[in-house]
Design a protein around this ligand. Structure first.
Ligand SMILES: Cc1cc2nc3c(=O)[nH]c(=O)nc-3n(C[C@H](O)[C@H](O)[C@H](O)COP(=O)(O)O)c2cc1C
Ligand SMILES: [Mn+2]
Length: 512
């Protein structure tokens, strides 16, 4: 259990027919992204390239999700990115199947089931129940990250003037991008007040051999650490280390929307069912996953900001230039033959859609724990995670749909959700055609739409100002008399079973 590192995952993908090696020299400036986009376009158009395995794994979570493929083409290992000695891995998570392989499950719902197992541990009543809980608690404890003395990420150590980020095949993704960007980093910081670790995936624009931007958006935990440290000492600096390329569950830890001061590495350990081994950095006090392919160590000055962007973003538009902190790299450690892990964001769907989908499935049981009326949720790809959430609920009192909207707007990163559509429990939220049909039939817009103000995603370029704007909730549930709806609500049209059976019996004889 548990991939030891990224290269073990690469091997597995190759064995499963999920990865292609590209031996031709291709430029990480634009060209690699264009290769990925062509495969994506083929997948969307349903043209299955010869010899590529593109099967859907079916089932509740593995089934066709929306009007686009389950797969955006294979993972690609570019063995000769132009200008670098190191191979580049992209689209490693670009399918439902590969997310299942990443978490080593048959179905993403299997991860959810494990989480539900922990969530279901109610306060035990008797001694017997308490004893039954012990193995689960021990299991949980056994996933805490473990500090180790050394690791393969330190096979090569480069300091000071030997540090050159341009050694790595860092992508320039889109024509108007402000430069090259590290797109799959795991950025480690410590809360200066509590000492608790955070890992977040925040893109990093390359300024030169030893400096990058640090695009932690204002509501993210890295940005909070920065602000707290600055409040204490505006002229100081905070240590920052960045891991690139670890085993999949650890790498995805940086994306998990978990509460502040909760260690992502503990959650990754739970997901891979083996503790994440952490090793101390060479030049600062932080720890990073020992199995990393590449580690960047350094600091961020608390009084230094620099223009970052533009960057072709997961909205499908360029995010505009903005002022962000600067990361100074003092030391790079890496394996002798590091694999540079990267991804590209752009018009939806892209690789990150599958990451978002896995997170949606894994976190559903946690949402249901505090809001048991929630039946299912869906984040359609075109809603780019934060623009649209469809929620089905078991409605049991007047105004229930509005309560759920407010709950979502106060639930971690779900606070960013621009539009929430709440439907009844019998609407399949995974089927957008059904949602559009039934939700639009169920609303009297002036009555059923509600607006709210609050924090919005930094990337929302339509909001009245950066980071602050409005949200819309649509109550598309059946309206009740106790909600002031005086008219009868019609039944949905369905043929009766007896007629269906009779016609079924006649079917062959109809000669159609
Ligand atoms: C491909 C990809 C790129 C991302 N880039 C950024 C980014 O540049 N800045 C940011 O704040 N969040 C970015 N995110 C989202 C964060 O990784 C995510 O919100 C994470 O939960 C933040 O961690 P934190 O809650 O510990 O701050 C990105 C996510 C993905 C999947
Ligand atoms: Mn965090």
């Amino acid at each position: 259990m548990g991939y030891g590192d990224l290269r073990e995952f690469v091997k597995r993908l190759e064995k499963e027919g999920e990865l292609k090696r590209v031996k031709t020299e291709v430029d990480p400036v634009l060209e690699i992204v264009e290769v990925v986009q062509r495969l994506r376009q083929e997948a969307i158009e349903g043209k299955v390239a010869q010899g590529l395995k593109r099967n859907s794994s079916g089932g509740e979570s593995g089934g066709q999700k929306g009007p686009f493929p389950n797969d955006l083409g294979p993972a690609l290992l570019f063995e000769r990115p132009k200008g670098s000695r190191y191979p580049l891995l992209i689209n490693a998570f670009g399918s439902v199947r590969r997310m299942e392989l990443a978490f080593e499950v048959e179905k993403l719902d299997d991860v959810a089931a494990r989480i539900r197992g922990f969530v279901d541990m109610q306060t035990p009543q008797g001694l017997f129940d308490k004893l039954k809980m012990l193995p689960k608690l021990a299991e949980l404890g056994s996933f805490f990250p473990k500090n180790v003395k050394d690791g393969p990420c330190k096979e090569i150590v480069r300091k000071g003037n030997d540090v050159n980020l341009l050694d790595f095949p860092i992508l320039k993704c889109w024509p108007q991008d402000g430069g090259r960007f590290i797109t799959f980093p795991m950025v480690f910081t410590k809360n200066p007040e509590t000492g608790k670790r955070n890992a977040g995936m925040y893109r990093m624009q390359i300024y030169d051999e030893r400096t990058t931007g640090m695009h932690w958006q204002t509501q993210k935990h890295g940005a909070e650490h920065f602000r707290r440290a600055r409040a204490a000492n505006p002229e100081g600096r905070i240590p920052v280390s960045v891991a690139i390329g670890t085993d999949p569950a650890t790498a995805l830890g940086g994306v998990l929307p978990i509460p502040p001061d909760l260690d992502e590495m503990m959650f990754s350990g739970f997901l891979r069912q083996v503790p994440v081994e952490m090793v101390k950095c060479e030049t600062n006090e932080l720890e990073v996953p020992a199995n990393s392919e590449i580690v960047l160590e350094g600091y961020v000055n608390l009084n230094e900001m620099r223009t970052e962007g533009p960057f072709g973003d997961h909205t499908g538009f360029y995010s505009l230039e903005g002022e962000y902190p600067v990361f100074h790299v003092e030391c790079v450690t890496h394996r002798r033959d590091p694999i540079y892990l990267t991804t590209v964001v752009g018009p939806p769907p892209q690789e990150d859609f599958f990451v978002g989908y896995a997170i949606e499935r894994v976190f559903l049981p946690l949402m249901k724990m505090t809001h048991p009326e929630i039946v299912d949720v869906s984040l359609p790809a075109e809603g780019i995670v934060h623009n649209l959430m469809v929620v089905s609920i078991r409605k049991s009192y007047p105004g229930h749909a509005r309560k759920v909207m407010n709950a979502i707007w106060s639930l971690g990163q779900a606070m960013f959700t621009k539009v929430i559509v709440v439907v009844d429990h019998d609407v399949n939220v995974q089927d957008y055609r059904e949602v559009v049909w039934k939700a639009l039939c169920a609303i009297d817009p002036e009555r059923d739409v509600q607006f709210s103000l609050g924090p919005v995603d930094t990337l929302d370029h339509a909001a009245r100002m950066q980071d602050f704007g409005s949200k819309m909730g649509i109550d598309a549930t059946r309206k009740w008399a106790t909600e002031g709806f005086a008219r009868p609500w019609p039944d949905e049209i369905l043929m009766d079973e007896a007629t269906k059976a009779r016609v079924h019996g006649l079917w062959k004889s109809l000669g159609i």
